[in-house]
Structures are given as structure tokens and as C-alpha cells.
Write a new protein. Structure first.
Length: 295
């Protein structure tokens, strides 16, 4: 059994990166999703090179922050201030409503930016020859973007792509809330796209792989120790499988506000105490002991 405990948002800020690194140094995290356009990209790369055991993932991002590409080359993806502004839903709707010519422009701009981000990560990590990919807010699951990823594989070798196809039976449903229902709908939507689009077959045909099982969307920033150990317990018999757990254990600190352009929704997300809760669980010796017994 191979388990990836992946912490997203590495390189976004120094404080978020430090929290993630602590979860590697003291806990079970063994994989990090690096933002090529993150404010602390250089710091994250420097610290990554000190820890050869970390699996480095390019965390593709066209949701927030500034692009790597020249702004005039990605104008459909940024606002008047030159900042990414689309959500998963708004990009899907905008693309669907666009003319054929505008759709082509969207695909061209997304491909340009994704290639720039992947190359930036690979060029700064000489040990990495193939890209390992996931994306901020799972944008790559949108069908037209997934097709772009498959095209990029012809230019840059891609070894692995995250497919957030989450099984409900891996969860304890002790607490139901409106926020949870929204995540349930998004999880169901993404799983439906992945299965109906035969994404697993498509990546295998291109020589790429993904995990056999995924955990992390339904209880983003709301996972307790019991939730994680319960999920692990349901996976004990999956000896020859690959499993990916997604976490967000990095919490922004005072002084990081400028990174989020005073966007209240983003600041609420990154300054959330729930992230501190995930961090503390991931360095809990009880979880590490459970994981060590499984692997």
C-alpha cells in the first residue's frame, strides 16, 4: 500500500509553508502541493531541497494571485488589477457561454499559464524530471481543462494527476451542515465528471497514473483525528493500492494580509482556525502510529 498525505498551498506564504513543513518534519505529511505563483515560492523551494523525502506536486493555480505569464497573454483569466478572479463555477459557466473563438482563446491562455507554472517548478527542482499535478480548487477536473492537461503531456512528461473521486463510505457522517452539503454537491459533481468522462482510462492511455482512492474534499479543513483514522481503517485491506489524502494544514498569520489583496473570503479561508486544527492532527503521534502500522 502506498499512501500520499498531501498538504496543499505550499509556497503561498512563508507562514503557511512553515506549518506544512512542520507536518512533514514531525508528522505524516509526505507530499506538498507547490504554488508556482505563490508569494513564498522561493522560500518553499529552498526548504524543499533540504528535505529529499518530500514528494513535490505542482499545484496549478488560475484561481487567485498573479499569473506567471504576461498579463496581456492571459487577459480572460485576470481582472483589471491583473489578478486571477475566476472560481471553479464561474470559469465553467463563462466557458460554456462563450463563442467558439473565445473558447479557443480560453484554452490557449490556460494552457500557456499551466505550462509556465509547471516549467517554473521543474526548472527550480533539478531532481524532478516528470510533473506531478493537481490544482487549486480542482479546476483541472473541468472537461475542457482536463483535455488541456492531456495535451500538455505531449510537451512536458506528466507522471501523476490527482483525481478527486471520493468515496462516501470512507467517512463518518456525524455532523451535517449547510457547508457540508455544498461540499457534497461539489464532490458528487467532480466524481460524476471523472467517471462519465472516463478520466482514469484517458490518463492510463497517456502513460500517467492517479491514486486508486482519494480522501479530502468532503471535510476540507474539518477533518478530526477520528475521521482520518476511520477512513484509514476502511482501507486496511487495500494492500496493492495507492491512496491520496488531501489536507490544508498551513494557516496564514498576521502580516500575510497583503498576499490576499484584502479579499475577505480568501482571508477567512486562509486564516481559519480549522487549518490549525488539521495541522495539529497531522503531527499527533497517535496518527503517525496508526499510519506506521499500515504501511
Amino acid at each position: 500500500m502506498k499512501i500520499f498525505f498531501c498538504a496543499d498551498d505550499f509556497g503561498l506564504t512563508k507562514s503557511i509553508s512553515d506549518d506544512i513543513l512542520e507536518c512533514y518534519d514531525k508528522g505524516v505529511i509526505n507530499s506538498v502541493g507547490l504554488l508556482a505563483n505563490g508569494d513564498a515560492f522561493g522560500y518553499a523551494i529552498k526548504e524543499y531541497k533540504k528535505r529529499p523525502g518530500i514528494r513535490l506536486v505542482t499545484h496549478l493555480n488560475i484561481h487567485e494571485g498573479y499569473p506567471i505569464s504576461p498579463p496581456n497573454k492571459v487577459d480572460l483569466l485576470i481582472n483589471g488589477e491583473g489578478i486571477f478572479f475566476h472560481s471553479f463555477q464561474s470559469l465553467f459557466i463563462s466557458y460554456q457561454k462563450s463563442s467558439k473563438k473565445t473558447r479557443e482563446k480560453y484554452r490557449e491562455q490556460i494552457r500557456r499559464e499551466y505550462v509556465a507554472q509547471i516549467k517554473k517548478v521543474l526548472e527550480n527542482t533539478s531532481a524532478e524530471k516528470e510533473a506531478i499535478l493537481d490544482s487549486h480548487q480542482h479546476f483541472h477536473i473541468l472537461p475542457f481543462i482536463f483535455d488541456i492537461i492531456l495535451e500538455i503531456n505531449q510537451e512536458i512528461p506528466i507522471a501523476y494527476i490527482r483525481l478527486p473521486d471520493e468515496s462516501f463510505k470512507r467517512h463518518k457522517f456525524d455532523e451535517i451542515s449547510f457547508r457540508w452539503i455544498i461540499k457534497l454537491l461539489k464532490s458528487f459533481f467532480m466524481a460524476s465528471i471523472i467517471r462519465m468522462g472516463k478520466y482514469r482510462d484517458k490518463i492510463r492511455e497517456k502513460g500517467m497514473i492517479s491514486s486508486d482512492y482519494f480522501y479530502g474534499v468532503l471535510f476540507t479543513n474539518k477533518k478530526g483525528l477520528e475521521d482520518i483514522t476511520y477512513a484509514l481503517d476502511t482501507m486496511k485491506t487495500l494492500e496493492d493500492k495507492t491512496i491520496e489524502f488531501m489536507f490544508h494544514p498551513g494557516r496564514a498569520k498576521p502580516g500575510d494580509e497583503y498576499v490576499f489583496m484584502n479579499n475577505n473570503d480568501e482571508m477567512k479561508f486562509y486564516f481559519s482556525e480549522d487549518r490549525r486544527g488539521e495541522h495539529d492532527i497531522l503531527i499527533d503521534p497517535k496518527l503517525k502510529d496508526t499510519v506506521d502500522k499500515m504501511i
